[in-house]
Design a protein around this ligand. Sequence first.
Ligand SMILES: [Fe+2]
Length: 541
Amino acid sequence: MRGDGFLFILRPPLQPFHSLNQVSRSTMRPPTRRTFLAAIASAFAAASSWLAGAARAQTKPRDEPPGPPASRRRRPADGDYPLPAELAAFGLLSIIAGRPANRSITLSALSKENAEAYIEYGTAPGKYENKSDLLPLHANEPAEFTLAELQPDTAYFYRLQLRKSPAIDFTPNPESRFHTQRAPASTFTFTLQGDSHPERPQMSHPDLYARTLLGAAAAAPDFHICIGDDFSIEKLRAWTADTIAARYLLQRPFLALVGAPLFLLNGNHEQASLFNYNQKGRPHDAAVWAQTARNRLFPMPAPDAFYTGNSQQLKPIGFLRDYYAFTWGDALFIILDNYWHSPVQVDTRLPAEGEVLTQENDKPKSRDWWEITIGDQQYQWLKKTLADSQAAFKFVFAHHVMGTGRGGIEQSELYEWGGKNKRGDSEFKTKRPHWDLPIHDLMVKHGVNIFFQGHDHLFARQQRDGIVYQELPMPADHGYVAYNQERYPAGTKLPNSGYLQVTVSPQQVKVDYVRVYLPRDENDKQKTGDIAHTYTLQPKP
Ligand SMILES: [Fe+2]
């Protein structure tokens, strides 16, 4: 089996783009995504060439800033975030699934070179009774295949067949899978990642990121959720539609590794915000270009028969696809947006041309935090979505409490999230006269089980009023730091890196923090796949 896997890695499925395949295809067993990923995982464990020379992590001197020792930091450079060589095929063709529903799904395919392709799919591995239309794949432009009239609550297996002119035969991509909406009383898994920040070499290593995403893939999740700060545009040397889209293109082959539908959230560093949009010139353009690139390159949901969400369209973007909700099995999923509905700057600003932001000047010096808001429309939708749901479990996701600040429950008592100002005075009724309850209290009233957030770059689990506040670890921090832990005086705190794996069953929700390390950092005490923390929750009465 392992030998087959290695053979397959040496002969990736995209023969039109490779000259590596010198062995007759007749000697190959048909690849599946599972064998493909298993082989890659083996290769990661065994191959040391691209990790050669690296020693075990050493204890950092006290005066050194967070992150790996200076000798092991990657050198920063625009666009310098390569896929591991073993995964190069994902850079030539990436498939991103999105908008999974009860009877449909969207598969976005992007090829580095002009080609044409179709999807074949069915309900058993290797048996594809159905075919999509044949679509042209223009180089570096995504093409969306919509598979409709699917059976609800059913596992599907599919593969893309690709032909690059002048080839006559199509070449199959490895098999992958998805599941249509789970019925109530089902058991399923989803995975989550915190801020990946590929533009920050001190806390994001592409090899580690790939390992984390392959780990999530091995869990066969029904979907994977990114909590934001995955497409920062602030360090770009120039802001154009193309340079901004490049931040999204960079992530495609990595996120394609999960092989599951994706749900994205905006973070502060994406700069896709109402504050930018409402300005003239570059900030406006950057906000438009960022959200347009996201929605073009990643199939996110707009309101339809399956999803609810932001029904307002903004020129020239159209549907923002920034907040949305859906039910899966016994769970309600609500994705909130912190940035598209606040008239004021929520967190970091977009730097001026040539300016380098610092932690001292990247946020407003003085601000009225009551002006930061998710907006009336999103609040009323949140309230209705929670009130209308009969789901046994309810999960809410946002980049951060209020989209800015640090901490979890510490922040949850403040402003529109908790109703109080920083002196502890309740100002909610005068500051939000048309809202019933602060967001935290609304979530308590309707039995939300977990509020997931990112932004603070560590694993932190806290609880207030029966709601878990779960801060997500970074997926690729090769310094294995617990950033901002001083801002979490209460709760369980653990360092990066890894992903969260959540298993939902009728009886309980189980949350596992799965650690991931670079091979050079593994030893008897820490290995990729270690479960650093687990907890379970039962349905609320
Ligand atoms: Fe953030």
